[in-house]
Design a protein. Structure first.
Length: 239
């Protein structure tokens, strides 16, 4: 979900990762201090005290025709819990920074909020990755320990295989994807095998490569396509 600065500037998220949403050229040291967030902040800084506000933020990831009937998760002290049971197979939640690539300088930034709404295929095959990372983060694991935990989960086949057609909406104008770009711009994320080639980042291509999983063990590549409207139907800024 999250990213540095560059041509399109995004922070995951979260990406993610969360998506992310993320894939920019490296910023200068002045723009992205490499250790601005060297460790996890107190847990309370990652939580949202107003549960209804988190539900609304999660739903802002997608158009109401999708998010109104989606399951909504909110982050609690021990992980995500179901706040609203949906009926269309989509799952909306607000991603945090630890679902980004492991070399992301804002991995532990407690301000990051990445509203995303996963389609049924992604809810079954991508969401478990986010939930596992969240479990490890909230257990007090370091970034390196989370990486090793994810490697063990992949090696032990504890995570489901990627499903064809997995994607998510990130169309919220209320998110916060990194300290440089805030909510950035609306976009769609598509989860594909590592060897997939969509012509991402080529001159004239609308497809961008998101590095959310580039340094992790998850066998997933994330492609992003900008959208021209936010989830509320208002026009997006020009790239």
């Amino acid at each position: 979900m999250k990213q540095g600065t560059g041509r399109w500037k995004i922070g995951v998220t979260l990406g993610v990762l969360l998506a992310t949403a993320t894939a920019a050229a490296e910023g200068s040291p002045a723009q992205n201090p490499p250790h601005a967030y060297p460790a996890m902040a107190p847990l309370a800084q990652y939580l949202m005290a107003d549960r209804n506000a988190e539900i609304a933020l999660a739903r802002s990831a997608a158009p109401k025709a999708i998010s109104d009937d989606a399951t909504v998760l909110v982050l609690g002290p021990h992980g995500y819990i179901t706040a609203v049971k949906g009926k269309n197979g989509f799952v909306c939640l607000v991603d945090r920074g630890w679902t980004a690539q492991f070399d992301f300088p804002e991995f532990w930034n407690p301000k990051l909020r990445g509203p995303m709404c996963l389609n049924p295929q992604a809810a079954r095959s991508i969401l478990p990755i986010s939930l596992k990372r969240t479990e490890l983060a909230l257990a007090g694991r370091s970034k390196e320990q989370i990486l090793q935990g994810m490697k063990a989960a992949v090696a032990g086949k504890q995570l489901p295989p990627l499903e064809p057609g997995a994607m998510c909406y990130m169309l919220s104008k209320q998110g916060y994807l990194n300290d440089d770009v805030g909510h950035w711009m609306p976009h769609l994320m598509f989860y594909v095998p590592r060897d997939a080639d969509w012509g991402a980042d080529q001159p004239g291509s609308p497809v961008m490569l998101n590095p959310q999983f580039h340094d992790g063990p998850e066998p997933v590549k994330v492609m992003m396509v900008p959208a021209d409207k936010w989830s509320d139907g208002t026009p997006a800024p020009a790239m």
